[in-house]
Write a protein that binds this ligand. Structure first.
Ligand SMILES: C[C@H](CCC(=O)NCCS(=O)(=O)O)[C@H]1CC[C@H]2[C@@H]3[C@H](O)C[C@@H]4C[C@H](O)CC[C@]4(C)[C@H]3C[C@H](O)[C@]12C
Length: 324
């Protein structure tokens, strides 16, 4: 499972946890403006917006899991099993494969508003990257500094949902996830009033009672509610360090600890990495499961006019700050 969300604080931020039991050799990858993006069924994009993100690079092609472009538009693909449906070719549409979707949108759009112009023309066509890397059942969170949408390709077509909470996890469909928040309207960062009933005075015995019914599970509905609540109530000082620190606290509040989510006998899904993008400055911050230190990659330190990908392997081991 995975979680992605937007967070507005000192600047505008976009976070994503990748929860999985296997690695695809992903790394931080900057695609400069003149890298030639090949597409299976539409014309190449030889000049496009530069982007930074997490990708598996296969045959010099960046298979992005999540990314942000130089205009601050961010996008992440999250698992959407049993619901995602990718149709056959459609003659009257732009036939984009699911693995090309992030480059197609981030390469050409500077905002959600401009992506809204392209989305109705897109058919997410059922073409594999390769036999070894078959189609992934995904849905996507797409966000700029001002708004977020969720894109789901279901049996009945492509849905673009406005996302007022700026959060996405996995199943069920996004409209159901959003409706489910109504069941939690009593949650509060303040201790609740005693409304239990007459003749039964109850004690305010602990701080935090307003969050007692916040779901704690790792399932996708619980993480959706927890991420939405934690984000909506987050406070932090108005600077970059405090904003990034707070974003990573929110992301880690829905992370998967190794050992808690068994997906096959003796095999556990866990939060392999957490990324936090500063959308205004082209920065990618990350932690990995084995490295709590927040690491920073700045896309502007790569030659953004180049034709070649610029890749940085994850630093995936713990560095203790030795005090004595
Ligand atoms: C599985 C990943 C999503 C994380 C997630 O939601 N996991 C939870 C699993 S579950 O719900 O609990 O079953 C997704 C996110 C991005 C995906 C990758 C990207 O789409 C890029 C390529 C696309 C290729 O078609 C398949 C390999 C792949 C490299 C994908 C493998 C996998 O499907 C990834 C890594």
């Amino acid at each position: 499972m995975c979680t992605a969300l937007t967070f507005n604080a000192h600047d505008h931020y976009f976070g994503r946890n990748l929860d999985l039991e296997v690695s695809y050799g992903q790394q931080v990858v900057v695609t400069p403006r003149n890298y030639n993006f090949k597409f299976r069924k539409v014309a190449d994009l030889s000049n496009h917006y530069a982007m930074i993100g997490v990708a598996a690079v296969i045959d010099n092609y960046p298979l992005y899991f999540d990314a942000t472009n130089e205009k601050g538009l961010s996008m992440a693909g999250l698992n959407y099993p049993d619901n995602a449906f990718y149709p056959d070719m459609a003659a009257d549409k732009d036939n984009i494969t699911p693995f090309e979707f992030i480059p197609w949108i981030l390469g050409q759009c500077d905002s959600v508003a401009s992506a809204r112009q392209l989305l109705p023309k897109i058919n997410l066509v059922n073409i594999n990257f390769s036999d070894q890397l078959p189609l992934s059942p995904l849905h996507w969170l797409l966000a700029d500094q001002h708004e977020a949408v969720v894109i789901e390709s279901d049996r009945d077509g492509l849905h673009v949902y406005d996302n007022p909470v700026g959060v996405l996890t996995n199943n069920p469909t996004f409209d159901k996830q959003l409706f489910n928040l109504n069941n939690y309207r009593d949650l509060s960062s303040a201790n609740p009033q005693d409304t239990f009933g007459k003749g039964m005075p109850l004690t305010d015995y602990s701080r935090g009672l307003g969050t007692r019914n916040l779901p704690g599970g790792l399932d996708s509905e619980s993480r959706f509610v927890r991420a939405a609540f934690n984000k909506a109530n987050a406070v932090c000082a108005d600077n970059e360090e405090a904003s990034i620190t707070q974003l990573f606290h929110i992301m880690h509040s829905v992370e998967q600890q190794n050992g808690l989510d068994e997906v096959a006998p003796g095999k556990f899904e866990f939060t392999i990495y957490t990324v936090g993008y500063n959308q205004d400055q082209g920065l990618l911050y990350y932690t990995t499961y084995h490295n709590n230190q927040i690491n920073l990659v700045d896309m502007n330190k790569c030659d953004l006019e180049s034709t070649d990908l610029c890749a940085y392997p994850f630093i995936d081991s713990q560095a203790f700050n030795k005090v004595n």
